[in-house]
Design a protein. Structure first.
Length: 675
């Protein structure tokens, strides 16, 4: 028997009222929640003290908050789901009311000027997936985010956060990026970090972390990028770490890590693109298996204890752009030549930088260097045991911007083809045995900012064209056999900060145009045969900090214009023929650490104030006409020469001829000098 239910009009009316009430409650709740979001955003705005781009001007009642700049809302409920205000120069603190935006999934405030602490109220946003606050000035410790179980991207890179790293990594099972680099975190890397099974990017570099790299990091089998550089991490890298085959960026540089590289390094890390382990204590040889990491772009292990020989098969790395192995004991005393690997490197057609400095590599300067790729921009071979001459075809490497060969045993001359390196900015040939003349053609290198030819056997005069290189900032020709006079006009005046012509045989006056070197901080022309007066124009070089003029034939007085050189730290005028008195303006040189006026012909009183009050801060030895000064100098008391009228004015009732020498001694004068 079928039962039928009949609704009376009274019952229908009751149901309708319930439905209407339910809808009203929903609408009221939605309205309340919208008001909550709006108020939270206005609190966020109130904490901003500067808005240089004016982006927050749209945050007003004239439009719905979902249309405010940087705000994204859900379509259905009109609740705030994203706050994107990155790279806008905003200045202020982060309001704790941000924790009231309960539907928020994304916060991106990177590259602003937020300061203060990161409010723990963010931890109430259980829907939050992306928190990007990098490159700001947040302080304090890591916020409590243990309830943000949906977190995917957590980046606080580039702030001033302190304290220890969090340990609740199990709370973030979906996390794929953890960026805490460039802060001030201390302590060790938590073992619980191995719970982040989905982690792709781990950045803990540029902190103050210590202790070992935990074994549990090897559990991160999906890891693509790991950055641990510039900490105080120690111990041996777990061998299992090198089995994370997905890795393509590994940065462990500047720590205290040790151990050897596994022999199958290039096989277990087939996706490796960038590998930085410099500045540690790694030892052993470079495994030839590196050549199997065919995607390798950058390989850097400088400043370790890696031994040679350098593998001969690196040329198979067709993508290689940077190879930095310097400051390792790569050379072998039992090997006649350590440069055979260079033949293979000529196949690396994308190579931009080759660093082999301070590695004790032995052998004749390899001509094969000119067969390296023309893409090469930086070549560092300093501090080795290279002999022979620079290849005459060095100009083939026409894209070089830096060439450093200092501290070797290189002989021969500077090849003319060096002028073909038109993009060269730095050329360092210091501390070799290079002879001949300085080629005038060097002046064709119009981008040269640093030229160092110090401590060689270069002869004859400086080609005047050299002083026409308007880009030169630092020039050192010291300790050679150069002669002649300095050109009267120096054209690189606007930006030169360092000029060293010492220990040569230059003659004649020091050109007055040296005064046009307005930014000069260091000038050294010591131990030459410069003569004449010290140019007064030097007083226009008001940025000078170190000025060495000793060991020349300068004469005359110390220029009064030196009064303007108040930034001087060291001034050495010793071993010249300077005369006159010591200028009183030296009192006001507050930065001076050492003033050397010794072995000249200076006379008069030595001051007792300023740097002259500290015997270790100055020297006036060998000036036979000086007197006075502090007691430690043991100089005679300076005579006081009064005219007769002056004597009568001071002592009108005294018969000077019958004065008591004891009395005059008490007032600091010599009785004999008054007679």
């Amino acid at each position: 028997m079928q039962r039928h239910t009949t609704l009376c009009p009274t019952m229908i009316s009751s149901y309708a009222q319930i439905i209407i009430l339910f809808i009203f409650v929903l609408q009221t709740s939605a309205l309340a929640n919208n008001v909550t979001d709006q108020q939270a955003l206005l609190s966020f705005k109130a904490a901003i003290k500067a808005d240089p781009s004016g982006v927050l001007r749209s945050w007003n009642d004239s439009v719905h908050f979902c249309q405010w700049t940087g705000i994204t809302c859900s379509h259905r409920h009109q609740r705030v789901t994203a706050l994107n205000l990155y790279t806008l120069g905003l200045v202020g603190t982060l309001s704790p009311h941000i924790g009231n935006l309960s539907f928020l999934r994304r916060i991106d405030l990177m590259e602003n000027n937020f300061h203060g602490t990161i409010p723990n109220d963010i931890g109430r946003l259980f829907r939050l997936q992306d928190l990007t606050l990098e490159v700001n000035s947040f302080e304090g410790g890591f916020p409590n985010l243990s309830h943000c179980a949906d977190m995917r991207n957590l980046s606080l890179y580039g702030n001033n956060l302190t304290g220890k790293l969090p340990t609740e990594f199990a709370s973030w099972p979906k996390l794929y990026r953890f960026g805490m680099g460039k802060n001030n975190f201390t302590g060790s890397i938590p073992h619980s970090i191995g719970n982040l099974s989905n982690l792709r990017h781990l950045d803990l570099g540029y902190n103050n972390l210590a202790g070992p790299v935990p074994m549990e990091i090897a559990h991160l089998t999906n890891l693509l990028i790991i950055r641990l550089a510039i900490n105080s991490l120690s111990g041996v890298i777990p061998l299992e770490f090198y089995n994370i085959s997905s890795l393509y960026v590994v940065t462990l540089a500047v720590n205290e890590l040790e151990g050897t590289f596994p022999k199958d390094l290039g096989l277990t890390l087939p996706n490796l693109e960038r590998f930085y382990q410099g500045g540690n204590r790694f030892s052993g040889q470079l495994p030839p298996s590196i050549a199997n990491a065919s995607k390798l772009i950058d390989f850097e292990t400088a400043e370790n204890n890696i031994t040679g020989p350098i593998p001969n098969n690196l040329g198979s790395l067709s993508n290689l752009q940077l190879l930095s192995l310097g400051s390792n004991p790569l050379g072998g005393s039992m090997r006649p030549n350590d440069w055979s690997f260079l033949d293979s490197l000529s196949n690396c057609t994308l190579l931009r930088k080759l660093g082999l400095e301070n590695s004790n590599l032995r052998g004749e300067f390899p001509n094969s260097i000119v067969n390296l790729s023309t893409t090469l921009e930086e070549l560092y071979l300093s501090g080795n045991q290279i002999y022979g001459s620079i290849p005459r075809d060095i100009g083939k490497l026409y894209n070089l911007s830096s060439l450093s060969l200092f501290d070797n045993f290189i002989t021969g001359t500077i090849p003319e083809s060096i002028a073909e390196l038109s993009k060269l900015e730095g050329l360092d040939l210091n501390k070799n045995s290079i002879s001949g003349v300085i080629p005038a053609s060097i002046s064709n290198i119009t981008q040269l900012t640093f030229l160092a030819l110090e401590s060689n056997m270069l002869e004859e005069s400086i080609p005047p064209e050299l002083f026409n290189i308007s880009t030169l900032e630092r020039l050192s020709l010291a300790n050679n056999r150069l002669t002649g006079v300095i050109p009267e006009h120096i054209a690189f005046s606007s930006i030169c900060v360092y000029l060293n012509l010492s220990q040569n045989q230059f003659t004649g006056p020091l050109t007055f145009s040296v005064g046009s070197l307005k930014h000069l901080a260091i000038l050294d022309v010591s131990d030459n045969k410069f003569s004449g007066d010290i140019p007064a124009a030097l007083g226009e070089c008001v940025m000078l900090e170190l000025l060495y003029l000793e060991g020349n034939l300068f004469q005359g007085k110390i220029p009064p214009s030196f009064k303007a050189l108040k930034n001087l730290i060291i001034l050495d005028l010793s071993s010249n023929n300077l005369s006159g008195n010591i200028p009183r303006f030296f009192y006001g040189f507050n930065h001076i650490q050492y003033l050397n006026l010794s072995h000249n012909k200076l006379g008069g009183e030595v001051p007792g104030e300023g740097c002259f009050s500290n015997i270790s801060a100055f020297s006036v030895a060998g000036n036979l006409k000086l007197c006075g000064g502090i007691q430690a100098l043991l100089f005679p008391v300076c005579p006081v020469n009064f005219s007769k009228n002056e004597k009568k004015n001071i002592f009108p009732e005294t018969d000077i001829t019958s004065c008591s020498c004891t009395f005059w001694h008490l007032v600091g004068m010599s009785c004999l000098n008054l007679l």
